[in-house]
Design a protein. Structure first.
Length: 110
């Protein structure tokens, strides 16, 4: 397994997989990211990030049933697992610590 460090985009995708709570697949992840962040990301970028997160052990997937709307093709559905939840919590705590270390007047203008 690759390292357990989360890159910024991996963290974003992992958060969205958690938000979708068992209903995450490539298109829904892509749509949620665009809706909530305004970022337009290609489906291939989403798929490679999901594969990387699964390889790191942060998400699990299964193949859903085929549907006529998808031309009879099935889709891979992703769900965050305990390791993924821990990785998100660790990233959140780490970011909060750094934010709290910023000088209070750093963003003041004048």
């Amino acid at each position: 397994m690759k390292g357990t460090h989360l890159g910024e985009f991996e963290e974003l995708v992992l958060l969205v997989v958690g938000i979708l709570n068992g209903n995450a697949y490539g298109i829904t992840v892509m749509d949620e990211i665009k809706q909530h962040t305004g970022r337009k990301v290609s489906i291939s970028t989403i798929h490679s990030t999901l594969a990387r997160l699964e390889k790191k052990g942060f998400i699990e997937s299964h193949v859903g049933g085929a549907s006529p709307t998808r031309g009879g093709r099935s889709k891979r559905i992703y769900k965050i697992n305990a390791e993924g939840q821990q990785a998100l919590e660790k990233a959140k705590i780490q970011r909060e610590k750094l934010w709290n270390l910023l000088p209070k007047n750093l963003f003041s203008h004048g």
